[in-house]
Design a protein around this ligand. Structure first.
Ligand SMILES: [Zn+2]
Length: 120
């Protein structure tokens, strides 16, 4: 649990560092010449970076959900939604779900790509 919280904190501090760096670029540009296009590009880059890091945090939380870590109900609901969507995708792709670890495998696979158990 402590380790998990530390990793989340590290991801957030990475996001803050990135945002500060971009904020400095924006300030420098306004003080030298007003180049709105360059500022706009820097803002878009920073916003994209934030979204990427947010997605990274989300993936990390999702991967750790159900691994003995306690999460608020809202996160549990979102993780269940992801599971339902994965199931929907699997059905659309006619995937085979491993009875051992729950991983979705392409129907042509004989063994699970995650745990190596034989698929039925
Ligand atoms: Zn498996």
């Amino acid at each position: 649990m402590d380790n998990f919280v530390e990793k989340i904190k590290a991801k957030f501090s990475k996001a803050v560092d990135g945002a500060e760096k971009y904020a400095n670029i924006a300030v420098d540009k306004t003080s030298s010449l007003i180049d709105k296009a360059k500022i706009s590009v820097a803002v878009n880059d920073a916003e994209k970076k934030i979204k990427d890091i947010m997605a990274e945090i989300g993936e990390y939380v999702y991967d750790n959900y159900g691994a003995g870590v306690e999460f608020p109900d809202e996160i549990g609901t979102k993780c269940a939604e992801i599971e339902a969507l994965k199931q929907e995708i699997a059905e659309l792709k006619k995937s085979v779900v491993c009875s051992h670890c729950g991983e979705y495998n392409p129907s042509e696979n004989e063994y699970c790509g995650k745990c190596g158990e034989m698929l039925n």
